[in-house]
Design a binder for this molecule. Sequence first.
Ligand SMILES: [Zn+2]
Length: 325
Amino acid sequence: MENNRAVSYFDCIVLNNFCNICNNEFQCHFFRICAIMGNEKGYKYMKITYFGTTTLLFDDGKDQILFDCHFTRPSLPDYIRSKETVSDTALINELLRKHHIDRLRAIFISHTHHDHVLDAPYTALQTGAVIYGSSSAMNVARGGNVPESQMVQFADNTSYTVGNYRITVIPSLHSKPTILNNDLGETIDAPLVQPAKLRDYKEGGSYDFYFETPEKTYMIRPSFNYIKGQMDPYKADILFLGVAGLAKADAETERTFFAETAAKLQPKLIIPVHWDNFFSRLDVPARGMVPLVEHTEVVFFKLMQYCEEHQIDFVVQIPRTSITL
Ligand SMILES: [Zn+2]
């Protein structure tokens, strides 16, 4: 232990990279040093903070990256009457401060419904982060006066590098439309300026993100749907699985969904996303969807059954909490 203290943090990262080559076998001497260093410093590589819906912050100690950006959560009545809405800047500022979001390099947008993109412009302006997204996401950014230098319209099946991260954009399908969001395939074709009507946040195409780091691989799948074979090229250590719709899915849909996602990706850990009531503010206790829409306890039960059967770890992360993996 004494000698290992001489190994610097930089060495540790380098050795971790080396260990990836040999598949992180625990008998590897270098990996053992890294593990000891990690324990001594209480540092285990990646801090992941969940802000509800599908908003996830990753932080490797150097660079931060957000997937989706939704902190302001208008109520269901506001959504039904498509109320004109602005970002809750006081809440966002508080969350940026409390979660030390001061090294945010990028915000990747999975689709442009309000519960994924609403706060991307304000957050980008406050942090200097670059917004990556569809043409619709670019128009949300433009509407918020985000400089073009902080906007990247991404392309299908293309990888982007941010710090030590590599993000691949995978075309996906939104969950089946409901009476409330029956705009799939529609795009935002002009800058969307706040206050903006919530229904003006059209879907604009949906995407999954394959997130690779020197240490681990993650698949982020915001929507409860699949394209057959789309996950074939990928394996992920950790799967963030959009589950809004799982409770109501019939047995065949559920079977195919798991077959096309978890079974292909073979994760060691599944963390569900989009399970919480995103019409409920982030400054009150988190809760599941309203029972009329979804029985969240059934969602968790179905997911637990799948994970139990396939020996996959399963963790539910509460909004505004962090885990370090
Ligand atoms: Zn959506």
